[in-house]
Design a protein around this ligand. Sequence first.
Ligand SMILES: Nc1ncnc2c1ncn2[C@@H]1O[C@H](COP(=O)(O)OP(=O)(O)OP(=O)(O)O)[C@@H](O)[C@H]1O
Ligand SMILES: [Mg+2]
Length: 446
Amino acid sequence: MEAPAQNVATSAMAIYEGEPAIPPSQMALASAEPLIELSHVTKDYDSGAGVVRALRDVQLTVRRGEFVAIVGTSGSGKSTMMNILGCLDRPTHGYYRLAGLDVGGRTNDGRALVRNRLIGFIFQGFNLLPRTTAQENVELPLVYRGVPAKQRRDRAMAALKAVQLGDRGHHTPNQLSGGQQQRVAIARALVTDPPLLLADEPTGNLDTRTSLEVLSLLQRLNRDMGITICLVTHEQDIAACASRVITVRDGKVVSDVRQDKPVDAAAELAALPPPQVFAQTKDEEATLSPEALVKRRLGGKVPFAVFAMMLVGLLAGAVVGGMYNGIVLGQKVPWIVLLTAVLGESFVAARYGRRKLGKPLTSDQRVRLSLWYTLVTSGVLAPLLYWQVPTLPVQLLDHLDSFRAAGIAALVALVLATLVLLRYLLLSLFTPRPTPPPVPRSAATS
Ligand SMILES: Nc1ncnc2c1ncn2[C@@H]1O[C@H](COP(=O)(O)OP(=O)(O)OP(=O)(O)O)[C@@H](O)[C@H]1O
Ligand SMILES: [Mg+2]
């Protein structure tokens, strides 16, 4: 995608295609440095019961490449200001110039053109069309512009790739997580290469981790592509990521602070503890590609260190079992030693595995762990056992004269299968439960 900042003048010219001729003085202004200029802007709403003054004499200049956060309490006028900036509404008094063009005074159609050419919108509720794929949602602004189908597809895919959703083009919104839906919405806002992105509470419906993901994406677009961003938020930690924070109270700008070192959302994200893997519901799994689904279920290789720690657990468990036998019972009861050994190793494997992997063992990992561990340890222990108690299997199976060999094989298989199952059940018992997902911020605050 080309750097949109350079496109402003050409976009501004295009806005006037088929419209009244653009005065030369305005064209000169179109390449001037400030992108947004609000001059003595007042907005009144006539609500029937009386006039509500939502904005009072607002003066504001935003230069290209700035990342502005607009904060303020509920009802202070933030959305009203965004509606005017986004040409969705016009000031009652005062002027609004965008890229040097007087947009505040334009007709509805004129403002719609400006919106389509210069502004990308991101909303709290994503505002994606349901039952429409991500790619088609992203193509929509280009449909309004009359861009040919092939070019639309290519540009939509490029925008989806820019928000790291190149592989989700064919998913509908209900097959995507909240963060992914918001990224589709960002791709839709980006697809027209606008110099300005306006976002009203873009992270209001998202949890902390997903909010930081969305913010780091916005910071990257601002830094690498020079896109100017104005973002409304209630959250102090979101505003901390902006290069400038404007506070609105009772429709007035009461403070305007530049932040030389805004918080880097990507660094904050990296500092968060690793994400938990939650039990997947059928709905959630339906959103994954078959490949991703298999990967998630397999959970990756179990590190060798987990097997080693399991052996330590086994020895510790055997010692405890032996001591119980000797001190409490005063006699040798081999199955007690076996049980405490398996208990010890399973406990250690489940806890150590979680630490090593950063998430609980998946059921597939537990199966593999039980299977390999049982096979390897029985391979090592079988000759020892046979040397210690050579007659044991023979005594047990004496009465199975004609089927002796088959009987021994069946017994060994049964013992091994029981051990694998016991290990699996114990590993599952000791596997820590994932904590429930964090409550979205909006739910937590309202
Ligand atoms: N269409 C409307 N008709 C009448 N009054 C309105 C209208 N839209 C907004 N207002 C009023 O204007 C004031 C500013 O509203 P606005 O939606 O801009 O607040 P906000 O800062 O975005 O609040 P929030 O954080 O709750 O979204 C409020 O007092 C509101 O009641
Ligand atoms: Mg609002």
